[in-house]
Design a protein around this ligand. Structure first.
Ligand SMILES: C[S@@+](CC[C@H](N)C(=O)[O-])C[C@H]1O[C@@H](n2cnc3c(N)ncnc32)[C@H](O)[C@@H]1O
Length: 327
């Protein structure tokens, strides 16, 4: 797919990330290659090579014009980061910069944005069921649950009910149509508030791309793929993702991993990570001015120990869980 009309993706929190993982050396994996900003930053900071993973074929296609001079320092790998331990082992470092890139968001035909009319798609991988499939085929209850759980939208039931009535007339296949329907059943946004369709679009995108499942599995895959002393750096853009990363790292660093006092005790042997700091790193005033998209970004960094890798329950790290479907 041609990436026309797309603004370049400005890497977020790259400077503090490189400072937090310094000295950069050896073999790294960038699980969210995108426009390659992190990969290039890592190589320029001293990495010998970077395995550049992205689930979107467009990301690798767009790198062709500039990646040549890097030779085998960049190893392109199409796939999902939840499988990163299949792409590399004994790694010196792993970076994840979650969410969509500006190129994906800006291309109307990818269907991520309510600002640009396009097919209701939202698939980062460009395969599997699309947002239109979900909106037209899920039950009303399932739609309401997705919009509530992944979009934190209080009017989820009202929206789901309207979508189900609308699709009885004709399938909902365009982003503008979905946006208009959502807008029609919510109060008008006050100045400074986000567009009424923001939360519904976010929810559908998270569901279509299984973003929370990918993050949970990806964190465990990173634990398996890093060598002792290897660094893990994760940049998130909203509170649910940050909570998952924070709880995962806190639990794996042996620093009180239970989601709450009623949650089952997490089995802990020796800790798998040490934390760089308990507090997340955010953008400084210069970055905020240069790139408003960095506003909600948070960076967390940890170092792998030599303890054996294990697994952790999705609930223990606060992953929002869809209710089981009624039989
Ligand atoms: C925010 S952008 C990354 C931008 C990149 N750091 C840069 O500086 O250009 C996120 C990218 O990660 C990809 N992505 C998101 N989730 C993924 C997953 N689970 N596996 C692989 N790639 C993923 C998206 O397709 C997108 O290209």
């Amino acid at each position: 797919m041609a990436a026309t009309n797309s603004s370049p993706h400005i890497p977020v929190l790259l400077r503090p990330l490189l400072a937090a993982v310094a000295p950069v050396q050896g073999r790294w994996l960038d699980g969210t290659f995108g426009a390659g900003g992190y990969t290039r930053g890592l190589i320029e900071a001293g990495a010998d090579s970077v395995i550049a993973v992205d689930r979107d074929p467009m990301a690798h296609e767009m790198a062709k014009p500039w990646a040549g001079p890097y030779g085998d320092k960049i190893i392109m790998q199409h796939g999902v980061f939840s499988k990163m331990d299949e792409y590399g082992q004994e790694l010196d470092g792993i970076v994840l910069d979650l969410g969509v890139s500006s190129m994906q968001l800006d291309l109307a035909e990818r269907g991520f944005s309510f600002m640009r009319d396009g097919p209701l798609d939202m698939r980062m991988s460009q395969d599997g069921p699309s947002a239109a499939d979900l909106v037209n085929e899920a039950s009303e209850e399932e739609l309401a649950n997705i919009i509530f759980l992944y979009g934190e939208e209080r009017a989820s039931r009202r929206i789901a009910s309207l979508l189900v009535r609308a699709r009885e007339e004709a399938p909902i296949v365009r982003t503008a149509e979905l946006s208009r329907l959502v807008e029609s059943c919510l109060p008008r946004a006050k100045p400074g508030q986000s567009h009424p369709a923001t939360r519904t679009f976010q929810a559908l995108r998270i569901a279509v791309n299984n973003e929370y499942g990918e993050l949970w599995e990806g964190l465990m895959a990173a634990e398996r793929a890093l060598k002792p002393g290897g660094k893990l750096a994760v940049v998130t853009f909203h509170s649910v993702e940050d909570r998952m990363v924070k709880r995962f790292l806190t639990a794996r660093a042996g620093a009180g991993g239970n989601a709450n006092r009623f949650a089952p005790q997490v089995e802990m042997d020796a800790p798998q990570f040490t934390l760089k700091s308990r507090k997340a790193i955010g953008p400084d005033s210069q970055e905020l001015e240069e790139n408003p998209r960095s506003r909600s970004a948070k960076l967390r960094v940890a170092t792998r120990t030599d303890a054996a890798a294990g697994s952790i329950d999705a609930k223990a790290i606060g992953m929002p869980m869809m209710r089981e479907k009624k039989q």
